[in-house]
Design a protein around this ligand. Structure first.
Ligand code: CP3
Length: 358
C-alpha cells in the first residue's frame, strides 16, 4: 500500500476559501455551505446528461464526472464541489463484480462472508482509477476558487455492502461476522482500508482540496463495537491522509453516540446528522476531548425539511446557523444527502440565506 504523498503540486492555493477557513476553525468571509448529493437526480440537467448512461459508466468517464460535479456549483453557488463518483468505485476498479441499481443502490454479485471470500479479494491497481484522477485534473482547472471535495466510503460502510450483498436495514450478516469471526472481520476491514486509501490518494495527488470519509451506516453500531471493530481501520485511513495537509471530514448517519470516537479517529471536521443539534454535538465533542482544539462541525438540516415550505426551511436554517456558532467552525450542510424529489430552487435559496446570515 502506497503512502499519501505530501502536498500535491496540482493543488490550488485556496487559503481564503470559506470552506477551508471554516474547516481550520478560522473565521470565513461567510458561512460556507454545500450539500451531500448536490450532484444528482434533483437536477434536471443531471438527469438529461445521464440519460442512457449507467451510473458506474458515468463514474469512469472523466468529462461526464467533471460536468456533473460542476452543475450544482453553477446552479446553487455552493462553497464546495463534491467529486461525482461513488463509494463503490474503488471496488469496481479492483474488479469486484458489482453494480449500482437505480432506486436500490450497490449490489454485489458474490458477497464476502468468510475467510476464503476475504482471501479472494483482488488487488486494486491505482492505474485502474486513472479516469478519476483525470476528472479531478479537469475540475481543478475549471473550478476557479471553489474547493473540490474528494471522498471515499469508510471501511465499515463498504464492508456492509460487500457482506450483505446490497443495502441492508439491520446489517445482521455484517454484525454476525464481526462478532463471530473477529479475525476474518479485521482482515476484511484491513483490505477495504487499503482500497479506500488508494482511492483517496489518487484524488489527493490529482489536487482535491478536502476529503470526506462517508461511514454512512456506522450509526448501526454501539460505541463499544465501533471502537473495537471499526475505529482502528478508519483511523488508519484518516491518519494515513495527514501528510496531504487537507481538511478531513468524517460523516455518518445516526452517529450521535459515536461523534467523539469519529473525531478521535483523525477527523478535522465532524459531520452531524439532523438528530442532534450542532451545539449539543459540540458540547459532546468538547467534553470528550477538553484539551483538543475546539471542534469544527458540518451539518445538519434534515433533508426532509426541504419539502415543508419556505417558512419552515428558513426557520430551521436560522436555528442551525445559530447553533453552529458554538463550534470553532461550521460548514453548513444537510444532515444526509439531497433526496431526488427535492426542488432544486429551494437549495439555491438555502445557499443565499446562509450566506446572508453571517
Ligand atoms: O453529489 C454528491 O454527493 C457526490 C456524489 C456521490 C454519489 N454517491 C453519487 C451517486 C457521493 C458522495 C456518493 C456516496 C455514497 N454512495 C454513499 C455515502 C453517502 C450517503 O448517501 O450516505 C453511499 C451509501 C453510496 C451508495 C449508493 N450509491 C446509494 C445508496 C445510491 C442510491 C441508489 C438510488 O438509486 O437511490 C447510489 C447511487 C448514486 N450515487 C447516485 C448518485 C448521484 C444515484 C444514481 C443515479 O443517478 O442513477
Amino acid at each position: 500500500m502506497t503512502a499519501v504523498s505530501p502536498a500535491s503540486p496540482l493543488r490550488r492555493d485556496l487559503t481564503n476559501a470559506p470552506l477551508l477557513a471554516a474547516a481550520r476553525g478560522q473565521a470565513p468571509q461567510h458561512t460556507p455551505v454545500w450539500f451531500m448529493r448536490q450532484a444528482g437526480r434533483s437536477l434536471p440537467e443531471y438527469r438529461k446528461l445521464r440519460e442512457g448512461v449507467p451510473m458506474l459508466t458515468a463514474c469512469f468517464t472523466p468529462d461526464m464526472v467533471a460536468e456533473v460535479t460542476l452543475q450544482p456549483v453553477r446552479r446553487h453557488g455552493v462553497d464546495g464541489a463534491i467529486l461525482f463518483s461513488d463509494i463503490v468505485v474503488p471496488l469496481k476498479a479492483a474488479g469486484i463484480d458489482l453494480d449500482i441499481v437505480p432506486g436500490t443502490g450497490p449490489v454485489v454479485a458474490d458477497p464476502v462472508r468468510d475467510e476464503d471470500g476475504v482471501n479472494a479479494l483482488p488487488e486494486l491497481d491505482p492505474a485502474s482509477l486513472d479516469p478519476v484522477a483525470e476528472a479531478v485534473g479537469i475540475l481543478v482547472r475549471e473550478l476557479g476558487d471553489v474547493p473540490l471535495i474528494g471522498f471515499a466510503g469508510a471501511p465499515f460502510t463498504l464492508a456492509s455492502y460487500l457482506i450483505e450483498g446490497g443495502p441492508s436495514r439491520h446489517h445482521e450478516r455484517t454484525k454476525a461476522l464481526m462478532k463471530a469471526r473477529p479475525d476474518v472481520w479485521h482482515a476484511l476491514l484491513g483490505r477495504i482500508a487499503d482500497y479506500t486509501l488508494t482511492f483517496l490518494r489518487i484524488q489527493l495527488d490529482a489536487g482535491v482540496d478536502a476529503v470526506q470519509l462517508f461511514d454512512s451506516w456506522a450509526g448501526a453500531l454501539s460505541e463499544r463495537d465501533y471502537r473495537e471493530f471499526v475505529f482502528p481501520h478508519s483511523q488508519r485511513v484518516l491518519t494515513g491522509l495527514a501528510p496531504a495537509g487537507v481538511p478531513r471530514i468524517h460523516f455518518g448517519v445516526g452517529t450521535a453516540e459515536l461523534l467523539p470516537a469519529m473525531r478521535e479517529a483523525g477527523a478535522d471536521v465532524v459531520g452531524v446528522d439532523w438528530r442532534l443539534p450542532l451545539d449539543e454535538a459540540v458540547r459532546r465533542l468538547e467534553a470528550a476531548a477538553p484539551d483538543a482544539p475546539r471542534p469544527v462541525v458540518q451539518g445538519n438540516l434534515d433533508p426532509a425539511v426541504l419539502f415543508a415550505g419556505w417558512d419552515v426551511v428558513e426557520r430551521e436554517v436560522r436555528r442551525i446557523v445559530a447553533e453552529g456558532e458554538a463550534a470553532a467552525g461550521h460548514v453548513f450542510n444537510l444532515g444526509h444527502g439531497v433526496m431526488p424529489e427535492t426542488d432544486p430552487n429551494v437549495l439555491t435559496r438555502v445557499v443565499e440565506l446562509v450566506h446572508s446570515i453571517r
